[in-house]
Design a binder for this molecule. Structure first.
Ligand code: F6P
Length: 361
């Protein structure tokens, strides 16, 4: 009889490029360590099914997965500790998850996810479940690792849009606002704004003042009018605003009032609010675009392929070494914290210029 360890792998939360390379890394390294890997579909939700499906994943099955964006296992935002019931109440169904892991004969579970999915993993680990995490989120807001899968690809996607938004803005002479995901963290907004050379970057970690935004615009644009030629003042500006950014004394703007079972609301709309205020209170025309889910779309970047494969391989090592309650991280195998990390404003953010600190921008 084989002594192979049976490992279930799942992906939870928002999809992100880099997840499929991570699964390939897990399966390939796992094949050297006598791990037999099975896919669990749609995140933690799979383990709440009466009969969860196990998708056998061998080298042949995942051979091409490094090139795929999203997650080939599907994802959900399921929280087994607070499952929403039909009558609107929530129930702790973690015992079913634990029973299913035993029933399926899984020796370990590898959970790929962000704060929420790995928060569940950390709670299950405390109840004795043999779980290993792989950090993933385009928000890059997970404590305990320097990198989270998906961030680099999202950075590429967002920077490209910022770059492309300059020509219409320049041609028409308006202020283009680009609203970027990231939930409560400004990592994606800040670094894509720097890469795309936005003129103002607004992040959740530092509430902004409308008047200050208007002043910075005036510094750049002066009075509106027709200007042309290399020596003339610019006639457009690009503002990157994180979806979680808010004005001092104001609230974060949400798409609706609903909270998911992790307690999150869906953010969105601050870009449009800002555009209206600029149009109403300054001489400048303004347009806003919400980038939405395509930020997470497309094939993984080179960095996400590399980090995915490395994280997956380290997760296989952690399982083989019985290092449970841990996750792969940019610096090796680290504890699963399931907590968020925000932009270090003191270090990186100029709170006067609303831009990268000490960069002259
Ligand atoms: O966490 C990733 C993320 O894309 C956030 O940046 C964003 O706020 C959220 O997911 C969007 O949630 P959903 O994919 O459920 O619309």
């Amino acid at each position: 009889m084989s002594n192979a360890m049976r490992v279930g792998v799942l992906t939870g939360g928002g999809d992100a490029p880099g997840l499929n390379p991570a699964i390939k890394g897990l399966v390939y390294r796992g094949s050297q360590l006598d791990l037999e890997v099975f896919g669990l579909l749609d995140g933690w939700r799979s383990l709440l099914n009466p009969l969860p499906e196990l998708l056998p994943l061998d080298r042949e099955a995942v051979r091409r997965w490094d090139r795929d964006g999203g997650t080939n296992l599907g994802s959900s935002r399921t929280n087994p500790f607070r499952q929403l019931m039909e009558d609107g109440t929530t129930q702790d169904r973690s015992a079913e998850v634990i029973a299913n892991i035993t029933r399926l004969g899984l020796d370990a579970v590898v959970a790929c996810g962000g704060e929420d999915t790995l928060g569940v993993a950390a709670n299950l680990a405390q109840r004795g479940v043999r779980v290993v995490g792989v950090p993933k989120t385009i928000d890059k807001d997970l404590a305990g690792t320097e990198y989270t899968l998906g961030f680099d690809t999202a950075l590429r996607n967002v920077s490209e849009v910022i770059e492309r938004s300059r020509t219409p803005a320049g041609s028409h002479g308006w202020v283009q606002i680009v609203e970027v995901m990231g939930r409560h963290a400004g990592h994606l907004a800040l670094w894509s704004g720097v890469a795309g050379q936005a003129h103002i970057i607004l992040i959740p970690e530092h509430p902004f003042h409308y008047q200050r935004v208007f002043e910075i615009l005036k510094d750049r644009l002066g009075h509106p009018g027709f200007t042309r030629g290399p020596s003339q003042r610019p006639r457009y500006a690009v503002i990157v605003v994180a979806e979680g950014a808010r004005a001092e004394g104001g609230e974060m703007i949400t798409l609706d009032d609903r909270h998911d079972t992790f307690g999150h609301v869906r953010l969105g709309g601050i870009g449009e609010v800002l555009a209206r205020r600029i149009a109403a209170e300054t001489p400048y025309e303004s347009r806003a675009v919400i980038l939405g889910h395509p930020q997470r779309g497309g094939p993984p970047s080179a960095i996400d392929r590399i980090m995915g494969v490395l994280f997956g391989a380290r997760a296989a090592d952690a399982v083989a070494e019985n290092q449970f309650g841990k996750m792969a991280s940019a610096t090796g195998i680290a504890p699963v914290l399931g907590k968020i990390s925000l932009v270090d404003v003191e270090r990186y953010y100029d709170t006067e210029r609303y831009h990268l600190k000490d960069s002259g921008m």
